[in-house]
Design a protein around this ligand. Structure first.
Ligand SMILES: [Zn+2]
Ligand SMILES: [Zn+2]
Length: 368
């Protein structure tokens, strides 16, 4: 049933009520290094295009760890974190016609109105009234309930029997890896591709790059477990940056030419330097990583190399396509889910995810 909470009559009724607002539990950011699982008011509809979703599956992103380090100043103390999730619509604004209470939905990490100038250019990440706001400038998905603005263009209805762990990978990491890495890097049949960083994003870039039949995909990381996973997911060769000279190794793998596409999936000056050193003439460097420090652009070496450098925040314009591929079995994100916790144990889940070198965590699934 659609809730008509915005009518003057119901607002008046609410203000006369002595009932305290319903509560829920949520993972709340309290400043750098500080987080708590605590009681918060349950979100309610605020605009006719909103939906409130009961979270059934969520996960933690590397970006959440950046937030906890204090790297993302737009996130202020008191914010509920999380921008990935699967859930069921609990209540819905009067203007939403294509979704209904009880629908199972995938929450996109990008909230988009679908009608502003940037949305109409396909650049939903820079929507005038949305973009990456969940778990950033509005409360997010690591909670029992979340309010989603622009519900009609920010939620995807999914089959009741679709695998929740695979679905939740489509909130952020698969569209991000595909759009910012594979599409912007223009991965094409026959290309040589190097992916710097074998975290969840790098591995998702590997899986989605392979959809386009590159000749080879090399994966570089310093964690041997992650490199083993990359091999199991189809990497042509892996290079351990902790024990090998990466640039020499990649040049040797490509007969001295370098790679057609270098995907930066770390967000560090070192990883960006590696991309610049291994890109072939005519190649593309596609940055995916979140950078918190300046990098050096080696234009003195690249000016005559016909290279292209791209940056992007995910626009989630590929989400519906990726959902179809997943449903058809052509994309299998499930191996990236390594650990599972009840949502109520999200504090322990953060400890496990934040210590991936020891725990070998990739994506940590939170079950509501
Ligand atoms: Zn994320
Ligand atoms: Zn918009």
């Amino acid at each position: 049933m659609a809730l008509d909470i915005l009518s003057p009559a119901s607002a008046a009724a609410a203000s006369q009520s002595e009932q305290p607002p319903a509560q829920m539990m949520a993972l709340v950011f309290h400043g750098p290094g500080l987080r708590a699982w605590e009681s918060r008011p349950r979100p309610v509809l605020r605009a006719v295009g909103d939906a409130v979703v009961r979270i059934t599956t969520s996960t933690i992103c590397g970006t959440d760890l950046h937030i906890l380090k204090g790297d993302v100043p737009s996130v202020t103390p008191g914010r509920v974190l999380g921008h990935e999730g699967v859930g069921v619509i609990e209540s819905i604004g009067a203007a939403v016609t294509s979704l209904a209470v009880g629908d199972r939905v995938l929450v996109s990490c990008i909230t988009a109105c679908g009608t502003c100038d940037t949305c109409l250019r396909g650049m939903r990440s820079h929507c005038r009234t949305g973009g990456w706001i969940l778990g950033n400038t509005i409360d997010g998905t690591q909670a029992e309930f979340v309010r989603i603005p622009h519900a009609e263009t920010s939620l995807y209805k999914v089959p009741a029997d679709a695998d929740a762990e695979a679905l939740v990978m489509l909130s952020d990491i698969f569209p991000t890896a595909y759009e910012c890495g594979v599409v912007n890097g223009r991965v094409s049949p026959g290309d040589t591709v190097a992916i710097i960083g074998a975290g969840p994003i790098g591995l998702a870039a590997l899986l989605t790059a392979r959809l386009l039949s590159p000749m080879s995909v090399f994966v570089i990381d310093r964690d041997s477990h992650r490199l083993d996973v990359a091999t199991s997911l189809g990497a042509t060769a892996v290079v351990n940056s902790g024990t090998s000279d990466v640039v020499a190794a990649v040049l040797a793998l490509t007969g001295g030419a370098g790679v057609d596409v270098a995907i930066e999936a770390v967000g560090s000056p070192d990883a960006f330097d590696t991309c610049q050193a291994i890109v072939a003439a005519g190649g593309r460097i596609a940055n995916v990583g979140v950078h918190g420090a300046p990098v050096t652009l080696h234009l003195e070496k690249l000016w005559d190399r016909n290279v292209m450098l791209t940056t992007r925040l995910v626009d989630t314009v590929s989400t519906a396509m990726l959902l179809k591929l997943m449903t058809a079995g052509h994309l299998q994100p499930a191996p990236l889910a390594t650990h599972r916790f009840p949502l109520a144990d999200v504090m322990a889940a953060y400890d496990t995810f934040g210590d991936a070198g020891r725990t070998s965590a990739l994506k940590v699934i939170l079950n509501g």
